[in-house]
Design a protein around this ligand. Structure first.
Ligand code: DC
Length: 242
């Protein structure tokens, strides 16, 4: 891509463990764009809540205390030598902890709190100011960047996603069962779909991707096709944003 190619905003939304993050990260690297994992931001807030005793039991959150603490919560991302960026919570690398079960069990509850969503959506929009960004999540194409030039909605059955997640977690040395993961995924799907604030919803102008039977390579090719078609349309339309 040359210097005249516009830098666009790409929104990748979908269910948990649908492979969105891996796909979005690879796409950003290929395009020389910034990648932002918005789920990691909800996870970082959840970790903060756990560490500060704001979560008494799974799903029981001291919402008022967490909202009051919001100005103290700073989230950022840093590149690492492996090429995978890590999430920082108040300057501390929390990439591993935010993937652990205590965070996974509570994150949907935290992500359903309107004040938390408002604060994180603002931070996410600030990341998009310089354009040239791929962001993945649940409400990127609908709420965070309704103006995104390319929106992808990823889907795959819960069982397929649970099998993928089990392989990832087992490879990372974590002891979890398929049933635990499937339960967690179904529970998160339900909360994501039914919360009143920004529920998981496909944007009407999103392109669907069911990647159940696609290899990473096929998926990457398909994505680049969508990017190239979008860039072509922008060039033809003459409203390129540089
Ligand atoms: O993508 P993930 O599984 O890491 O997301 C963690 C949780 O955060 C999940 O329960 C959905 C929620 N989330 C959200 O509500 N909105 C986003 N934009 C991203 C994630």
């Amino acid at each position: 891509m040359d210097n005249t190619t516009p830098r666009i905003i790409i929104a990748v939304d979908g269910y948990s463990s649908s492979g969105k993050s891996t796909m979005a990260r690879a796409l950003a690297a290929r395009l020389g764009y910034r990648y932002i994992d918005s789920g990691a931001m909800y996870r970082a807030v959840t970790l903060y809540a756990l560490e500060h005793g704001f979560i008494a039991a799974v799903g029981t959150v001291d919402t008022a205390a967490l909202i009051a603490a919001l100005p103290e919560i700073k989230i950022d991302f840093i590149p690492t030598s492996s090429g995978v960026q890590h999430t920082l919570l108040n300057g501390r690398d929390v990439e591993e902890e935010i993937r652990d079960l205590p965070v996974s069990e509570n994150v949907s509850t935290i992500a359903a709190i309107p004040e938390i969503r408002h604060a994180l959506v603002k931070m996410q929009q600030a990341f998009g100011k310089s354009r040239g960004i791929v962001m993945d999540g649940r409400d990127i194409g609908t709420t965070v960047f309704p103006e995104a030039e390319l929106k992808i909605f990823v889907n795959a059955p819960a069982e397929t996603r649970a099998r993928r997640r089990l392989a990832e977690m087992t490879a990372a040395g974590l002891k979890v069962t398929y049933e635990e993961i499937l339960d967690n995924i179904r529970h998160r799907d339900h909360i994501d779909e039914t919360r009143s604030e920004s529920p998981l919803r496909r944007a009407s102008d999103a392109i669907d991707l069911d990647n159940s039977n696609m290899t990473h390579q096929q998926q990457d090719l398909w994505l680049m096709e969508q990017v190239n078609q979008t860039l072509e349309k922008i060039k033809e339309g003459g409203h390129a944003q540089g």
